[in-house]
Write a protein that binds this ligand. Structure first.
Ligand SMILES: [Zn+2]
Length: 255
């Protein structure tokens, strides 16, 4: 390696990878030290590659990288946690892919210290890996990720009139970013309904640590409702993101 190349270390989770050139892989990493980062793993598609096994999606790795002409190049990789049960179970794989995709879609390559979202993703992958039913780990992740991204939903007061929310069925407004009381709800467009039970669990996830949150046992019906609502909210936010300067910055950095 020429002496002019600078090398650096990173602790990362592999969000995804793609084929690159003849035998290489392009990795999208989420690092603790500098947030999202793309890097190339040379020869990672060759059968005898020693690095390849450490660089599968959803692997927690310690890396040594060298600054290349365009993208950094992985020179050494060591697995911290491969989360083996995620690889052996399709439902867990699906949950892990969803968690990784959310962080990927909401973050940009900015080279800023990112220990909070890094730890959140690593803890969540650990929970998905360990728990027999990882549904709750994923809902908890969504709620903490909204906090981190600055989209913490308003669940205790009406997001329109600020009246205290009563324990009855309500509306949820993705535009207002929270619950809308029945009185305001009749006059506003673009509202989703939310049952009193679903709201109860969302509040519980929002104000609890994981140990407390994981004591919740919502019914199958409420689970479906919560999953649809949260995924709908993220989808709504992503579409809104298209207008932000951050998105334009990403476009420019990639072109
Ligand atoms: Zn209201």
């Amino acid at each position: 390696m020429p002496k002019t190349e600078r090398s650096f270390r990173a602790t990362a989770i592999v969000l995804r990878h793609a084929d690159w050139g003849e035998a290489d892989r392009l990795l999208t990493l989420f690092t603790r030290e500098m947030g999202k980062l793309r890097a190339v793993a040379k020869g990672a598609r060759k059968a005898r590659s020693r690095k390849a096994g450490h660089l599968e999606p959803f692997t927690h790795v310690r890396l040594q990288l060298a600054k290349g002409r365009d993208l950094p190049i992985v020179t050494q990789a060591e697995t911290v946690d491969a989360y083996i049960p995620i690889r052996d179970n399709l439902i867990k794989t699906g949950y892990a892919a969803y968690a990784a995709e959310l962080l990927d879609r909401f973050t940009y390559e900015e080279e800023t210290e990112s220990s909070i979202p890094f730890r959140l993703l690593a803890e969540t992958l650990g929970r998905i890996s360990q728990e027999s039913d990882a549904w709750l780990a994923v809902r908890y992740y969504e709620m903490r990720l909204l906090d981190y991204l600055g989209f913490r939903p308003q669940l205790f007061k009406c997001a329109n009139c600020e009246a205290e929310i009563e324990p009855v069925d309500q509306y949820f407004s993705p535009l207002a970013g929270g619950v809308i009381c029945p009185r305001c709800g009749s006059g506003l467009p673009g509202l989703w309904s939310i049952s009193v039970d679903a709201l109860k669990y969302l509040r519980h996830f929002q104000r609890s640590n994981y140990t407390e949150a994981s004591r919740a046992h919502p019914s199958a019906e409420v689970r479906r409702e919560l999953e649809t609502l949260m995924q709908g909210f993220f989808t709504y936010l992503l579409e809104r993101e298209l207008n932000t300067p951050g998105f334009m910055k990403q476009i420019r950095s990639e072109n």
